[in-house]
Design a protein around this ligand. Sequence first.
Ligand SMILES: Cc1ncc(COP(=O)(O)O)c(C=O)c1O
Length: 463
Amino acid sequence: MSYRTIIEPFRIHSVQDIAFPSLEEREAALRRAGYNLFGLHADEVIIDLLTDSGTGSMSDRQWAAMMVGDESYAGSRSFYRLQEAVQDLTGLEEVIPTHQGRAAERILFATTVEAGDVVPNNTHFDTTRANVEYQGAEARDLVIPEGRDPAADHPFKGNMDVAALERTIEEVGAERIPLVMVTVTNNSGGGQPVSLANLRAVREVCDRHGLPLFLDACRFAENAWFVKQREPGHAQRTPRAIAREMFRLADGCTFSAKKDAIANIGGFIALKDREVAARCRNLLILTEGFPTYGGLAGRDLEAIAQGLEEVLSEDYLRYRIRSTEYLGEKCRAAGVPIVWPPGGHAVYLDARALLPHIPAAQYPAQSLAVELYREGGVRGVEIGSVMFGKVNSDGTETPAAMELVRLAVPRRTYTQSHVDYVGEVILAVAERAADLPGYRIVEQAPWLRHFTAIFAPVVDGGR
Ligand SMILES: Cc1ncc(COP(=O)(O)O)c(C=O)c1O
């Protein structure tokens, strides 16, 4: 069909009410939550773009699959359905379900990473970084320079800097690198894709040094769609064929089924190495559950298996990537700086560019995220120095490479008018950007502080 409007490729079958808290209620909620949007009750939020993780709408086929879930403790039929779906997609024989992505990370890193090791990645996601660091190892981000510049237009800003990877291997020695990871798409770097050519180049370096290559594959289908659209020679291929090629370049992957399996919970590790898989399963039994359910119900395994199939539909991916791009274009047309081009699952507002009067030490992206909620009940998340700033031993902080607010679009959940509303709220906040205050942290945890930190506005520019 030759019409310009790309419509949602589904009808809505069941709906949930949205709450409409007043401005006074939103301000009270902010004060109660210590200006941390993770502390809000979901019913205090009008449009929730905190995450695309576990917030998607399942299809009628997923709900139907859940009804036939087999809840057997050992050898559940639902596990074998999932195992087959994952093996077919990834070509990886060993499939280990986990309750979500970070459980897969913890188990894989506890099994393979030692203190003093270095794990290269294009950009570690927050839980990935934390789980590497928890083993006493260094999580090193090696994305290409364009991936650190919000305004740089590049079709594959998630690519790994292959020369920097070579230099890292030379500097630390292959024996201190247990594995190389590539995150597709690169969430913390703006949801930007990785090209197949780049994955092949990383594979070649890994082969030369005898290093295993793992994908953090949460958004593998969105990445495959970008390859189809942007990488020469792939336009005629199906997303499934591209995804299969991506996985076949890897020795293993971690996966959060809350993203590109459109499930509300779940994850897995898949890998080739039987010996590493056996060690992972031993740890899994200790903390997650028996290896044929890994902390999930049989019905969850069914929903994931079904979702892995649906997510590769061209109609779905065309709509999915277009709806994120639509929000990005709205921001850009209004002169609001964003990471360009828009990512697959989210639009990232560039708070450093929008709020130049707030120094990194006063968390400009936190300020912008708070204001979007105050103004219109829109909840995004800070991806800047609160999340990735490094607290030094003398109490000073090294700021993050970028100060972003991520507006993540849940899958199949909001319609075009919801997105139009979000566009209006962003505009209203941008018009009074110069008046927004900085924030300071009053209380914080030693790891992943952004989830629980308490903030206070900085009054009159002082601390
Ligand atoms: C790239 C990436 N890796 C890992 C994870 C962790 O997955 P989970 O939230 O299921 O633990 C996420 C979650 O957002 C992610 O985006």
